[in-house]
Design a protein around this ligand. Structure first.
Ligand code: ATP
Ligand code: LTN
Length: 330
């Protein structure tokens, strides 16, 4: 039987942190034999807000390097850059013609990203961002779209557009399902355990970037917000400590009971020191691989070119069918 197709994308902007790693990337690696996975570096989405061209280029490579370093096998999965497969832009344009101003205006990400901008200055690309995301997903007839809660609304809109197109022009697209992780890790900010760890956080003290150096990791963990308690226990009410213990649990693979036993009678400082050591140790091989790929741009170029070629084999026939159905000459 054909494996379900899973499509996900990460924008090459900001820094990837251990929240993204533990909450998303490691799950994707684990699902490699269950799904046909397609991982996209969505550079055309990143430019919906101003980017420095030199930094953007490095970030595009870095996301690809992180996918690979985390263990995504480019032979099993497809890893590619969105702008290298022109079908994305073409289908996005066609989907724009069946999208409504009303539904795009209702997207909460659009509202959040534009609430401080004067209406006449809002970049049109921010407004049509979701139609490009719909194109990403629909080109591959993806069944599953693993995303964070904040992206659920965009996947819902993708479903609406797929259904609208199918209704008007005949069955063409698979209607995808969002996959939102409900159990497991939602890593919280180190400086504020009330909110999730986020790459758009105001301060770098909020997160541990996958590329943070050992001394930076140690400093950030030692300074992480906890409470005035003393016992090392998994207690959801003690949010800061609970978050650090969760990070320990995910990186160590130990059970909560094992961890509580290990730190019985020990203080926060001992625990934090061990946690920092553990993160440093677990990230070291990943970081080494990221550096390896970043120093070998030619290798990355080759992997990405191969990924784009394989992506086009799926995307181009879908685009062709779409063009035929709407009456274009192909
Ligand atoms: P931002 O906060 O700027 O929106 P982000 O750090 O949430 O960015 P995304 O690109 O939105 O990053 O998320 C990429 C993936 O990482 C998503 O699947 C999302 O669910 C996951 N993720 C992001 N932050 C966390 C977190 N703190 N804990 C667990 N998973 C996370
Ligand atoms: N908008 C998403 C990134 C993204 C995506 C996609 C995710 C672009 N296209 C297609 C899943 C499927 C974000 O900002 N996290």
């Amino acid at each position: 039987m054909r494996k379900p197709v899973s499509f996900s994308g990460i924008q090459p902007s900001g820094v990837l942190h251990i929240g993204n790693y533990l909450g998303a990337i490691t799950q994707w690696v684990e699902s490699q034999n269950k799904h046909q996975n397609i991982f996209c570096v969505v550079d055309l989405h990143a430019i919906t807000v101003p980017q420095n061209p030199k930094i953007l280029k490095e970030k595009i490579y870095e996301i690809a390097a992180i996918y690979l370093a985390a263990g995504i096998d480019p032979k099993e999965s497809i890893i590619f850059v969105q702008s290298q497969v022109p079908a994305h832009s073409e289908l996005a344009w066609i989907l724009n013609t069946i999208s409504k101003m009303g539904e795009l205006s209702r997207m909460t990400q659009f509202k959040d990203k534009t609430n401080k901008i004067k209406k006449e200055s809002i970049p049109a690309g921010l407004f049509t961002y979701p139609t490009l995301m719909a194109a990403d997903i629909l080109l591959y007839n993806a069944n599953l779209v693993p995303v964070g809660e904040d992206q659920k609304q965009h996947v819902e809109l993708t479903r609406v557009l797929a259904q609208r197109f199918n209704h008007r022009f005949g069955k063409t697209f698979v209607v995808p399902e969002p996959v939102i992780r409900t159990s497991g890790a939602r890593i919280m900010g180190l400086d504020n355990p009330e909110d999730k760890m986020s790459k758009s956080a105001a301060s770098p003290a909020n997160y541990i970037a996958l590329t943070d150096k050992p001394e930076v990791i140690r400093k950030k963990i030692m300074r992480a917000v906890t409470d005035s308690g003393t016992k090392i226990k998994f207690d959801k009410k003690r949010k800061g400590l609970y978050n650090l213990l969760t990070i320990y649990k995910l990186f160590s693979g130990k059970t909560e009971a094992q961890i509580e036993k290990r730190f019985k009678g020990k203080g926060y400082s001992d625990f934090k020191k061990e946690l920092a050591d553990l993160i440093i140790k677990k990230l070291a091989p990943v970081q080494k691989k990221i550096t390896h790929y970043m120093k070998n741009k030619k290798l990355l170029d080759r992997i990405l070119a191969d990924g784009a070629k394989r992506a086009e084999k799926i995307a181009n026939p879908t685009l062709k069918e779409v063009k035929q159905k709407i009456g274009l000459i192909v």
